[in-house]
Design a protein around this ligand. Sequence first.
Ligand code: AMP
Ligand code: MG
Length: 414
Amino acid sequence: MIDPCSIEANGLISIEQALQKIHHSIIPVSECERVVLKNALNRILSAPVQSAIDIPPDRNSAMDGYAFDSQEIKPGQPFILSLAGTSWAGKPYQGSLKKGECIRIFTGAVMPDGADSVIMQEHIEKNELNITFPATTQTKKNIRAAGCDIKKDSELISAPKKLSAIDIGLLASAGIYDVTVKRKLNIAFLSTGDELCAIGQVLKPGQIYDSNRYTLSGLLSDNNFNIYDLGVVADDKQQLENILSSAAKTHDVIITTGGASVGEADYIKEILDKCGNVGFWKIAIKPGKPLAFGKIKDCYFFGLPGNPVSVIATFHKIVEPALQHLSGITVKKSISITATCTDSLTKEKGRQEYQRGILTQTKSGEFFVKSAGKQGSNIMSAISRANCYIVLASDSEGIAAGKKVVVEPFETRI
Ligand code: AMP
Ligand code: MG
């Protein structure tokens, strides 16, 4: 699995190298399924969709007003037309406009034949059935042509695309009832470690609560994934081997946490050497140096570190792009912005760091970031407070307060 040529002298590979290797070894799923539109949110559209109709289907009014024929206009003077009827949205005026007539019309209502203009209701004067149009009346305004949004047989959405709420609305506007999407990925995850205690139980001496499975379950919550929580597995070679080789038969991906370093009780490597084709990498990032990636039979395997903050960072930086690629979607990059750092940050040369920060934006639009607190890979409280990563390049040796830094927000709203 490891390409020795790309490993740097210190045994670390860059995150870019790791991502590239993973990308090249993953074959995106090809199987598709048909889902009704209301279940298609965030699913990955696998074939482009054309519209069978013009949208809007009819020429209609863009506002509440009066429809008339521009031939009636007397340049520079007001004119009067008689009100012949009403065109409602969903209840068009029956018949066509005759000379001297106008029609009351509402937003979205079909334009009657013979009318080519709409005037806003606020601009006319009404006296029983006589409608006075002002001298300033403009022609051919306030009308939406049939197909002005989408023309019949043209492409509504290209594929592949993760369908947003807006896309679902667009598809619904064309009357699309169901769409073809990539099948969901079946993803299993588990925690390893003799010290782990399930929440709801009282800690015994030396135990800690298993938080990684809860974090992973949240991080994996995605309409494109069926997720399977395989629980906590003790540092027991046989038990781990059994569970991994059996889960590999029925899942596309297995993610484990813990046991991937070189501690006495870290069996993952041994087991994978036996039943899989998995590489053990030291990636030049902090948090999250040790990572195992490869295949057990046809199942992709990610062995993440045990420390909770490392789990989150390696998930965001490595697993998430890999799962996007496997799902059949183009991998998206994190947004990065420049912010002024109000704290000084310490760092050693050698690894790219994703320090946890708190980003704010002033009323005038400037970004500031400060440290979210202690930066240890076990410090969950700081990453919980954080709303961004402060990205420090591997050759950086820390920064002084007041300097600009690159920040990757966790969300698009802060
Ligand atoms: P390991 O990689 O197994 O040596 O674990 C590294 C550190 O992460 C140790 O301090 C573990 O106790 C801790 N750790 C491992 N798994 C979990 C987990 N599921 N939840 C919380 N902490 C964990
Ligand atoms: Mg362990």
